[in-house]
Design a protein around this ligand. Structure first.
Ligand code: ATP
Ligand code: MG
Length: 260
């Protein structure tokens, strides 16, 4: 199952991705979590110990690798390089694992549209395509804002795209923009996930303000998120409430998948 997580900055995408990753592991799935944020922090949210986080190197910054695979130096524009480099060995080589979750960092590259044609974007795009189309496991993509990492060829492979929203007008407006971009790519199965909700009022606000998307579930506002951040713990381990909300989301995703 392949799940992409997106939404306005700061709404709780990384927290959701980390919670889902652990909930899927608990269900017995193989889970690969992908941090596509230019300032990665999914490792921390997953409670990875700092020595493991230190071992993570964003693929986009592996200059020797990018050169080896594409035949060109990262950052070079124009010139010749391979547009579909070999990447199938990269997840096993560079992912690090903790609590059953394997984590890979992509690093920062502009991958939007035709504007960027550089060797590192070729590697990342091939890698995302490979992960989405070929690997038989749960893949969770923590995209920062937007859907730039996804192209038409991978859109069909995404079983669900989750747009995270807080109970605010602004995050719902961003969700509406993302929905439009996603529909341009013909990404199917878009859902909202409400984040940091404090009351039924918040839940109703999100449901009523949804840009025509079903709400897959909600995550409560919980001080455990901040506490986890300060203690380097995984939120999943310290908040029973968020844990059960994540488990409910995994069940909802399983239903989405079953319905095709
Ligand atoms: N359920 C929650 N309850 C309370 N605080 C939360 C919750 N989820 C996220 N937060 C807080 O909101 C902030 C942003 O969370 P997070 O990093 O998960 O969001 P993000 O969407 O990934 O952000 P970014 O766009 O910067 O990548 C953090 O300070 C986090 O502690
Ligand atoms: Mg994030």
């Amino acid at each position: 199952m392949k799940i992409a997580v997106t939404g306005k900055g700061g709404v709780g995408k990384t927290t959701l991705t980390a919670l889902l990753a652990r909930a899927f592991v608990e269900k017995g799935y193989q889970v690969l979590a992908i941090d596509a944020d230019p300032s990665p922090c999914l490792g921390q949210a997953l409670g990875f110990p700092s020595d493991l986080v230190a071992r993570l190197e964003p693929i986009a910054r592996m200059e020797a690798l990018i050169y080896e695979r594409t035949g060109a130096q990262p950052g070079s524009i124009g010139g010749y390089f391979k547009l579909n480099p070999r990447v199938d060995d990269l997840p096993d080589q560079f992912a690090v694992e903790h609590d059953g979750v394997r984590l890979l960092e992509l690093g920062a590259v502009e991958m939007g549209g035709a504007g960027c044609i550089c060797p590192e974007s070729a590697v990342l795009r091939s890698l995302v395509t490979h992960l989405l189309l070929r690997r038989d496991e749960v893949v969770l993509l923590d995209l920062y804002a937007g859907v730039e990492h996804l192209g038409r060829s991978t859109a069909d492979a995404v079983d669900a795209m989750l747009i995270v929203v807080e109970p605010t007008v602004r995050s719902l407006a961003t969700a509406a923009q993302i929905k439009k971009l996603a529909e341009d790519l013909r990404l199917p199965r878009l859902f909202l996930v409400g984040s940091k909700v404090q009351s039924d009022d918040d839940r109703s606000f999100i449901t009523a303000g949804s840009p025509g998307l079903a709400v897959l579930g909600f995550l409560s506002a919980d001080t455990a998120v901040r506490q986890a951040d300060r203690t380097s713990a995984a939120v999943y381990d310290i908040s029973g409430r968020l844990r059960s909300e994540a488990q409910a989301l995994v069940q909802a995703l399983a239903r989405v998948r079953a319905e095709g």
